[in-house]
Design a binder for this molecule. Structure first.
Ligand code: PAF
Length: 276
């Protein structure tokens, strides 16, 4: 496995097709491991698998956890190698963002619900860095986790709207035994919070299992479960939105439900696809 830090070196590195990119911010866990293994399958023996590790400053708002975000480069490299990566691309912030950078990407439309209102500018930062990674690595395929459901929708739309010749694929969320979605932020939880956090998944499962067509009634059901089983948590949102447009639904037809819950320093998100 080769580690590349220099942008020009990554850009001129001869990868073999299909080149698969798994963008990450590091602090890798078993969920990333499965994402990278899936990337290996898609690349096959002949293709190249690139994992980028970059904690992207432009997607964190003021007061968010950019400084505290866990960094564990040596462990991350071991995980990447074990999961079959050929290259780890690990640029510095200084190299990625010039002081006088003036052009960036704005994501509108799919960002008015869910994480959008609580994280202004977040998806602009995500789109900008992913577009840069696409231009630097020039992959044929890019893989993202479905846990960040809205992020995946926004990036697929960016691929379409800006004509990136890249197939953007979502991979299923990997969970702990008790249902908690794996996340680099789970390590912020203390013991009591960790014990309560699986309530998010239980709330989403209850929402999906209900036959109620009224979205608000299903959301109330989920809220009750979180209030009862996770009193240390504070709900940021619990919503049922259309999968394509991310618009909030009153009546359920082609929905996805998503939730974000704060536990002190940890903002955890999860989602479930539900059928009408
Ligand atoms: O999902 C993430 O880890 C990040 O948002 C991404 C896609 C690597 C962009 O920084």
């Amino acid at each position: 496995m080769t580690i590349i830090e220099d942008i020009a070196q990554m850009q001129s590195h001869r990868t073999t097709a299909p080149t698969v990119l798994v963008p990450t911010m590091g602090a890798l866990h078993r969920g990333h491991g499965e994402l990278i293994s899936r990337g290996r399958e898609l690349a096959g023996d002949a293709g190249s698998l690139v994992v980028s590790i970059f904690v992207n400053p432009t997607q964190f708002g003021p007061g968010e956890d950019f400084d505290a975000y866990p960094r564990a480069f040596a462990d991350d490299c071991s995980l990447c190698e074990a999961a079959g990566a050929d290259i780890v691309f690990h640029p510095s912030s200084k190299a990625m963002y010039q002081n006088d950078a003036t052009v960036s990407i704005t994501a509108q439309g799919l960002t008015e619900t869910l994480c959008g209102p609580s994280r202004p500018g977040h998806f602009d930062g995500v789109c900008t860095v992913v577009a840069k990674l696409f231009n630097i690595v020039r992959p044929d395929i890019a893989l993202f986790g479905k846990k960040d459901y809205q992020q995946l929708a926004v990036l697929q739309r960016m691929g379409r709207d800006l004509n990136f010749p890249i197939e953007i694929i979502g991979a299923d969320t990997v969970r702990e035994k008790d249902g908690l979605a794996m996340s680099s932020r789970n390590r912020y939880l203390d013991e009591a919070e960790r014990a309560q956090a699986p309530a998010i998944r239980r709330a989403l499962l209850a929402i999906a299992a209900s036959s109620e067509t009224n979205a608000a009634t299903r959301i109330d059901l989920g809220r009750e479960i979180i209030a009862k089983d996770a009193p240390l948590g504070r709900i940021d949102y619990l919503d049922i939105v259309c999968r394509e447009t991310m618009v909030r639904l009153d009546t359920i037809d082609r929905p996805a439900a998503a939730a974000a819950v704060f536990f002190d320093k940890a903002r955890l998100i999860d989602n479930i696809e539900i059928l009408p």
